[in-house]
Write a protein that binds this ligand. Sequence first.
Ligand code: NCD
Length: 351
Amino acid sequence: MPTTTWNRHHILSLADFTPIEYDTVLKTAASFREVLSRRTKKVPALQGQVVANLFFEPSTRTRSSFELAAKRLSADTLNFTSATSSMTKGETILDTAKTYLAMGCDIMVIRHKEAGVPNAIASELDRLGERVSVLNAGDGQHEHPSQGLLDLFTICTLIDPLEPRLELLQGKKIAIVGDILHSRVARSNIWSLTASGAEVHLAAPPTLLPKWFADFVNDEDITGEGEAVAKEVFVPSPIPKRKLFIHWNLEPALRDADFVMTLRLQKERMTANLLPSLREYHQLFGITRSQIKHCQPHVKVLHPGPVNRGVEISSDLMDDPEFSLIQTQVTSGVAVRMALLYLIGSGKATG
Ligand code: NCD
């Protein structure tokens, strides 16, 4: 079992993650990846602990992956989905969390459609003096730290399978393409990738960029036929300045890229008509075989799933193992979530 120091009690955001914390997650996940390749894919690390998956919003891979990760660590798991719970009878989120607390839950993995819910539950647990940890499994448009970390692990293990570490991404060009406005995955990835020293380029139509990003692209940056040029943006963070490049069209973001992360068009979060049509979106921002010719020949494409086939990525590219890391991301997810549960959970049994 990995021995390591870890001081973070809740994992709610990657905004203030330090390089040491990233490397600790990567190293711990690598050792669990090795466990998962054995015949007996289980360790007793969290035996006797209870991990509750509180999913107030639909999920396939994140929920199953957290559940499997907890089981591989020998924890007992409880699964909650709001549609079949007492919330349908009017119970509040906080009362639901307190119910699981009363059952002796040690770690709560929380997903909610509103940004800030995992933070609010974590603060309330802290206020009550409880030692229960909260892991944010995606809150509204805010963050999805475990997805950011599994994407980081997927990329780093491709470069060095035995010793994945942050510095491997130094100088790599990574394009994040698509519905950045609604994407908590993009926000978490922006924190981790900029912390690694990778050159991070965002490409999206202006209507799918957060307003304050779009504001950085001024009129004088628009050239020719309304082509926006790259603009450097400095992201505010507790950790020194993070540089980002913003594009309103795809090609400059893809040029010589080592990795391309494409994002789902989150139609369920769109409150206005932000796009003329899905067909036009695919033509302008869809990742296809002809578009990835602008990238490095060794380029790999990631997508957090679920995918709108033929919209943000062409179906054939998605299924091509030469370019697509989508299945690897899902596999990495279990090892990374084991690492997160282990890091926040392993101190609890003795304390
Ligand atoms: C993402 C999510 O739910 O934020 N998916 C995931 O967790 N694998 C991205 C999405 O829904 O598009």
